[in-house]
Design a protein around this ligand. Structure first.
Ligand code: BGC
Length: 768
């Protein structure tokens, strides 16, 4: 194995003594003080493995080594140009060590057979795939899962995904994506956990635990890949693959911690990102891949590129040609080339010319072979490809039930005027309208792995029909289109209006087409696309209650809808069982408990907008309304449409004033903040109680507040529970003016409440 970094122990010693080091932090809640991390346990030294791999490497030719560093797609699924055909020939020739986009027990077995029967050294293949939010049974998109604020549910979703995918011969998923994303123009906001570093770190770690389980040798394990390393989420102007340029402090305080949390949870691999960071493409970035990942963080797994991102260093203007790009990548710390065939075509010559050290190749090969070994593939290369298990796992009723449960938990109730929701189960007539009301293909969103889009997904129309039975008339009309070019068309409006006229109320299921978010799906406006809002305006004239069910993978600008619909439920893309889950929530069989993991702007001009911004020197406060020369817009308030952490319930919750057991702590001490939350309504429900902290003065300016703790609590009507949150100086740490990491003495405010707008506050001091 790679040696442990000798500097790490020393650096930690220094950190504890002087609270002064540059290691990117992980949230205190994510680690148990003193206990080894999951990564330290999973990748504990293994002398037998080391000997086995050293012997194997000693037998390998340079070509065979480069083969282990080469990953190709099968021709089943691609996300970019297929640069390589004849991948089966390459397997037989020992030119490829891993394959992605190939699954089913039978197909992986067939390909594995080629590798272990036709190559000289019989090294088994590793099979990877984008198993992101489900494999066959599809859960809500990742951003929707994040809205549950329920780490157990999120871990379970990943576990179910791993059980299904591994039974189809897969060993490795390209998930979780932990990119912090604050610009909803960027289509990939749908793939992560939203805007917040603390929530995002906990979710990233939960997903790794779910995919990998506790034992890599268990055949229902998938190796996780943390991606995209790093800072991909800050693409300029929200345009995918675009440039990122940020301070080292911003990188370390905001963008890196979720990666570190996933690493500590045991993630086996890291994927480089497509973007350049401060002028250096991530795939050729020694600072990221070696200095931080290997030297500071002591990462023991392997680094794979994103799809052809080595080749892309040529158009980036960083490499002269592909051979040069390959040298930059491998020397920076890349172990495996995804799809670019650069290592395959050029690396041998680079080594022979002395531009890449043979020892660097051996190190990369070892990183890859170790994971194959840890999975048990050298003992039995076919152990994952199991038809019997495949049959039992795929769309197992328990998996479908779990998907329905997570989907219900992911839906955010944004508005509910006059308690128009839940619908009475005795509702007699409902007009169900909109392009997403009965669209199977949209239900599972993007990156839905091997999920079926044609038959399996349950639509809202199906879900409601089943739920309400024969007594309710559901008058369905698509009415509008979400296609961008639907423009001013009023096709279908008459049908929708007729359906609404004969109904007591309107449920409009609208939003974006499934592929309008995800990779290469950036937008310059965030409105509901097509003629959907135009139809809503016509329906509004009828004076009937309107419930809007939104499906989308990003925050949309829905200012008109927020003003004019009576109720709004955000359902993201809820997955295979989505229609049932929407019906469960609409009729109140499930009381919504989700909270936004990302801020909803009023319009695209506010973007990027997130809750933990800086105050500025000219804050626009309530007592200065209308004044000029303040940090504000002339035509739109600074506040978002819906803040981070926001979400309603069918019941209501009351909060006692927050109290602290101490008004001052010293480094190493903790304080406890307590609050009593009461269900003041008439239904049982869950509340996500959130705690934020503001550091009033710093050696560098500090955000207006930062999430530090949360807890999801179930309360019966009238029931009260006191929650206690422990905080220490570790939770107050950041990269200070001199880039050392730690807290600073001074005054703090703490807020507890139902969203990032919480006003229930207390003050405390951190003494020297
Ligand atoms: C995406 C990755 C994905 C890879 C393989 C790329 O285009 O950026 O997130 O894992 O394709 O499908």
């Amino acid at each position: 194995m790679r040696g442990s970094n000798p500097n790490i122990g020393m650096r930690i010693g220094v950190c504890l003594a002087a609270l002064a080091c540059g290691l990117a932090p992980i949230p205190a809640a994510a680690q148990d003080a003193g206990k080894p991390t999951a990564a330290q346990t999973l990748y504990a030294p293994d002398a037998k493995m080391d000997r086995f791999i050293s012997d194997l490497i000693a037998k390998m030719t340079l070509d065979e080594k480069i083969g282990q560093l080469t990953l190709f797609t099968s021709d089943w699924d691609v996300t970019g140009p297929t640069m390589r055909e004849g991948y089966k020939r390459d397997i037989a020739a020992g030119k490829v060590g891993a394959i992605f986009n190939a699954y089913t027990a039978k197909y992986t077995r067939d390909l594995q057979k080629v590798a272990v029967e036709q190559t000289r050294l019989k090294i088994p293949l590793l099979f990877g795939y984008d198993v992101i939010h489900g494999h066959r049974t599809i859960f809500p998109i990742s951003l929707g899962e994040a809205a549950t604020w329920d780490l157990e549910a999120i871990e379970k979703a990943a576990r179910v995904s791993a059980v299904e995918a591994s039974a189809e011969g897969l060993h490795w998923t390209f998930a979780p994506m932990v990119d912090i994303a604050r610009d909803p123009r960027w289509g990939r906001v749908s793939e992560g956990a939203g805007e917040d570093v603390y929530l995002g770190s906990l979710i990233g770690a939960a997903r790794v635990r779910g995919f990998q389980g506790k034992d890599l040798k268990a055949t229902d394990t998938l190796l996780a890949t943390v991606k995209h390393f790093a800072a991909y989420g800050q693409a300029q102007a929200g345009r995918d693959y675009h440039t990122t340029d940020m301070s080292d402090r911003e990188l370390r305080d905001t963008y890196l911690p979720p990666f570190k949390a996933a690493l500590d949870a045991g993630a086996a691999s890291f994927m480089t990102s497509f973007n350049e960071l401060n002028g250096i493409p991530a795939t050729g970035n020694t600072y990221l891949l070696t200095d931080i990942l290997r030297k500071e963080w002591d990462f023991k797994g392997f680094v794979v590129t994103d799809y052809t991102s080595i080749n892309e260093m040529v158009p980036h203007g960083f490499a002269r040609d592909e051979a040069h790009a390959g040298e930059l990548a491998v020397n920076a710390g890349v172990d495996m080339d995804m799809q670019g065939a650069v290592f395959m075509n050029h690396l041998k010559a680079s080594v022979e010319a002395g531009r890449v050290a043979p020892a660097r190749i051996d190190e990369a090969v070892r990183d890859v072979l170790e994971m194959k070994y840890r999975l048990g593939l050298f003992e039995d290369p076919y152990r994952y490809s199991n038809e019997k298990r495949e049959k039992a796992a795929i769309y197992n009723p328990k998996h479908l039930e779990a998907a329905r449960d997570v989907a219900r938990k992911s839906m955010v109730l944004l508005k509910n005027d006059g308690n128009v929701l839940p619908l009475a189960k005795t509702a007699k007539s409902i007009a169900l309208i909109g392009p997403l009301a009965d669209s199977k293909e949209d239900m599972i969103g993007s990156w839905s792995a091997a999920g079926d889009r044609k038959e399996k997904p349950v639509t809202v129309l199906q879900g409601l029909r089943e739920k309400l039975g024969k007594n309710a008339a559901i008058n369905f009309a698509k009415g509008a289109s979400y296609e961008f070019n639907a423009g001013d068309s009023t096709d279908g409006f008459a049908d929708a209006i007729a359906a609404a006229q004969k109904s007591d109320m309107i449920v409009a299921v609208m939003g974006e087409k499934w592929d309008m978010t995800g990779e290469a799906a950036s937008r310059t406006d965030l409105d509901l696309p097509g003629n959907q809002t135009a139809l809503l305006k016509e329906l509004k004239k009828l004076g009937k209650p309107i419930v809007l069910v939104l499906m989308s993978g990003r925050p949309n600008s829905i200012a008109w809808e927020a003003e004019n619909a009576d109720a709004i439920l955000h359902a993201w893309y809820p997955g295979t069982m989505g229609g049932h889950a929407v019906a469960d929530v609409l009729v109140g069989d499930y009381n919504p408990s989700a909270k936004l993991p990302i801020t909803f702007p009023r319009n695209v001009g506010q973007v990027p907008i997130f809750y933990n911004m800086k105050n500025t020197g000219r804050p626009y406060t309530a007592d200065k309304q209308g004044q000029k020369y303040l940090s504000r817009y002339l035509n739109t308030p600074n506040s978002p449409l819906y803040p981070f952490g926001y979400g309603l319930s069918y019941t209501t919750f009351g909060y006692s004033p927050v109290t602290l057991d101490k008004a001052s702590i010293r480094p190493g001490e903790a304080l406890t903040a307590s609050v009593t939350v009461t269900n003041t309504g008439s239904r049982a429900g869950e509340e996500v109680v959130q705690l934020y902290v503001q550091d009033l003065v710093g050696s560098v300016t500090r955000p207006v507040r930062e999430l530090k703790r949360f807890e999801k609590v179930m309360l019966k009507p009238g029931e009260a529970k006191t929650l206690s949150f422990k905080l220490s100086d570790k939770d107050l740490a950041f990269h200070r003016a001199d880039m050392s990491y730690g807290a600073e003495a001074g005054d703090f405010k703490l807020y507890v409440g139902t969203s990032s707008d919480a006003t229930n506050q207390a003050a405390f001091t951190l003494a020297e």
